[in-house]
Write a protein that binds this ligand. Structure first.
Ligand code: 6PG
Length: 252
């Protein structure tokens, strides 16, 4: 049975506006959760799209965010050194974490110093078990992007990782560079309280449309498998990724 989750679709004129609005929504989410719970646990997305959002979190909401209660994880990582320009950890440090007073103990990178990514995946699952008390992790928020091929995190089309039902973190490979990856699996992504997809640019219009369609086969379009079982699904899009025509674009 297809699990239908009604996505909340937010469309903005450009990446600057979508990022500013998504940052405000995250700040509101954080404020709500931390009123009743000590920690807000979120998984960061890699790639280029979230950079502007991270900048807004670190500037517009620098003073409004309870950074000591924030715990940062990653949805996936490229299997490179942390100072490699392809590192998702490095990107998040430069755009967000180096500019906010979050305790170092609250930053939980996917370690990439092991001889093999599978060892890194096992190590990260231990980190998650320690943080979430051994239960299937329920992130307060998971940020995701979508590739032009419909991948999300490092769940790539036709990947065996898409069939994973037990492990929370697995190694993955992609034809693109860097080929070796480590990624959260669908059981974790779909156990999130809230998932935000961020997408901008005309090259994302087709994967976004496919992903939103419940009839889409996730094997060639893994992002379509992200349907939180008891959580909210939100899309933060610019007009181009939403496939909004130039005319209606002017209405945004
Ligand atoms: C990664 C990301 C990946 C990303 C998409 C979109 O490690 O690359 O986790 O899933 O979100 O590839 O990337 P862009 O934002 O650069 O288009």
């Amino acid at each position: 049975m297809v699990h239908t989750v009604v996505p909340n679709i937010h469309v903005f004129a450009d990446i600057e506006e979508l990022s500013r609005a998504a940052a405000a929504a995250i700040a509101q989410l954080v404020a709500g959760v931390t009123r009743s719970r000590a920690a807000f646990s979120m998984a960061l997305a890699g790639g280029a799209t979230p950079g502007t959002l991270y900048h807004h979190l670190a500037t517009d909401f620098l003073n409004a965010t309870p950074w000591a209660q924030m715990h940062f994880f990653w949805g996936d990582e490229r299997y490179v050194a942390t100072d490699d320009e392809a590192s998702n950890y490095r990107m998040a440090r430069e755009a967000l974490l180096d500019h906010v007073p979050v305790p170092e103990a609250n930053v939980h990178p996917i370690e990439t110093h092991f001889p093999h990514p599978d060892m890194a995946a096992e190590a990260y699952e231990t980190v998650l078990r320690e943080h979430f008390g051994g239960e299937l992790p329920r992130f307060d928020l998971i940020l995701l992007g979508v590739g032009h091929d419909g991948h999300t995190a490092s769940l790539f089309p036709e990947s065996p990782a898409l069939q994973e039902t037990e492990r929370w973190v697995v190694p993955a490979t992609t034809p693109g560079e860097p080929q070796q990856r480590v990624t959260l699996t669908l059981p974790v992504l779909n156990n999130a309280a809230v998932v935000y997809f961020l997408a901008a640019g005309p090259e994302k219009a087709e994967p976004v449309q496919l992903t939103l369609d419940d009839a889409t086969d996730p094997a060639p379009c893994p992002a379509a498998a992200v349907r939180p079982t008891e959580g909210e699904l939100h899309w933060w899009l610019d007009a181009a990724a939403a496939g909004v025509s130039a005319i209606s674009h002017s209405l945004l």
